[in-house]
Write a protein that binds this ligand. Structure first.
Ligand SMILES: *Cc1c(COP(=O)(O)O)cnc(C)c1O
Length: 433
């Protein structure tokens, strides 16, 4: 498979190059030259396939010959080696739980796949590879765990000070070894801007082999298609495909779902569930895409004011707003509604959603009100314990803490506090030479 830059000023590249570079030299996002089609036999009989096989079938056309089949099968098996169950709440609503990976959020799948691909590719690179990533909360931990102790790879994570939950912060600041955390005095958008500046800095990239681990990297973005196929595999009524509601921030996850859909996976409709950051719902309504500064909310992993992956969504739909709107709706859910939803779902079904999942549930409900026949799935993108500081006061009781989290909470944070200024980041990066 070849990939072109959405800015169309850079040469096409292989999967390997796209994964190593992260972003194209013209600062565009890479996009596959051709969108593969799933074999209808595979889609119609998907319940006969195992998770590993499904994942391999989805990803192999995108990887092509860049990774040998046996290696890719092994990478895929390690990527999905935890449960991803579809749990029914009531007749109309189910949830796909994406939080059973090591850092309890869906980003584990993309991060595990990407780190293993880069680990494989880095064997042919003699320089030290530096993975640079900005996180609004969950990317940092997932990337840190994915790359922990991978030889030849250093990881630098930027996170906004005071704007990630305490569990998220510990997950990305306590590993040590090849993982470094920079605590930025600013917002997630500042972190993302600093990362972009680093990639655009010729004098820096001549000295360091820099790559990005944000969801713009094709090796993180593409494997997120797996979830949608796993949902379809477990969906009982194959004659009536589900509406799928995706808690969205940078729009990588839902963009992968839309990609799987245009490749032939049946979905009735997609719902992009947003918090108070409303660039996309506003765009679908007005046709004007107006980035705004990120607004802090209790679903912090979705506090994004200018979602990077949205350009890919437009590309999937050939820039046709009309065709996009047939497939995608978007709703914004306030913090007050999010808390009310957590309480409501917990008391009605004994099911405790995290704030992101609650946004997904509420947005799905809003869509279902417009379509009385439809049934749906909301993606539960994180375990509620990751946000215990928000969730516990809402339900007035404690959440049992899994052992994996308890271990992390008790460790000491190691992070370098820095202003949201590029010179400060550059100074840190140059230390890695
Ligand atoms: C990252 C994240 C999201 C948003 O996903 P995008 O791909 O950025 O849209 C939603 N929920 C949780 C828990 C996350 O960590």
């Amino acid at each position: 498979m070849l990939y072109y830059s959405l800015n169309r000023q850079s040469p096409v590249v292989s999967f390997k190059e796209a994964a190593i570079r992260g972003q194209a030299p013209d600062k565009g996002l890479y996009f596959p030259k051709r969108i593969p089609e799933f074999d209808p036999l595979f889609i119609n009989h998907i319940e006969q396939y195992g998770k590993e096989d499904i994942a391999y079938r989805v990803i192999s056309p995108y990887v092509g010959d860049d990774i040998p089949e046996d290696v890719l099968r092994k990478i895929v098996a390690e990527t999905v080696n935890f449960e991803i169950p579809l749990v029914k709440l009531n007749d109309k609503v189910s949830t796909l739980e994406l939080f059973h990976g090591p850092t309890l959020a869906f980003k584990d799948v993309g991060a595990r796949f990407m780190s293993r691909c880069l680990g494989y590719f880095s064997k042919s690179i003699t320089e030290k590879v530096v993975v640079l990533v900005a996180t609004s909360g969950d990317t940092g931990g997932a990337v840190a765990h994915g790359f922990y102790d991978v030889p030849g790879v250093e990881v630098v994570i930027l996170y906004p000070s005071g704007k990630v939950s305490s569990v998220q912060e510990k997950q990305l600041t306590t590993l040590g070894k090849n993982i470094r955390a920079l605590e930025v005095e600013g917002s997630f958008d500042d972190c993302q801007r600093l990362v972009k500046q680093a990639f655009a800095d010729q004098s820096l990239i001549e000295q360091l082999f820099l790559t990005s681990a944000n969801s713009i990297n094709v090796a993180r973005w593409l494997p997120q298609q797996f979830y949608y196929l796993f949902a379809w595999q477990q969906w009982k009524d194959k004659t009536a495909p589900p509406v799928i509601s995706v808690p969205s921030g940078n729009f990588g996850n839902i963009c992968a779902g839309l990609l799987a859909h245009v490749s032939g996976m049946p979905v009735k409709h997609f719902v992009a569930a947003c918090n108070a950051n409303t660039v996309v719902p506003d765009f679908l309504e007005s046709g004007n895409y107006v980035p705004k500064p990120a607004v802090p909310t209790i679903s912090n992993a979705m506090d994004v004011g200018d979602p990077s992956n949205f350009v890919r969504i437009l590309e999937i739909f050939n820039q046709q707003l009309g065709s996009l709107k047939k497939v995608l709706s978007s709703y914004s859910v306030s913090d007050v509604e999010t808390k009310r939803t957590i309480r409501e779902v917990y008391s009605a079904y004994g099911y405790l959603p995290d704030p992101h999942g609650a946004v997904g549930y509420r947005a799905l409900q809003q869509y279902l009100q417009t379509d009385s026949e439809a049934k749906g799935i909301f993606l539960e993108t994180a375990h509620p314990v990751k946000f215990y500081d928000v969730v516990e006061p809402v339900i007035h009781s404690n959440i049992p803490v899994p052992d994996s989290v308890r271990g992390v909470i008790n460790q000491t944070k190691q992070a370098v506090l820095m202003p949201a200024e590029y010179e400060a980041l550059k100074e840190q990066l140059l230390k890695l030479r």
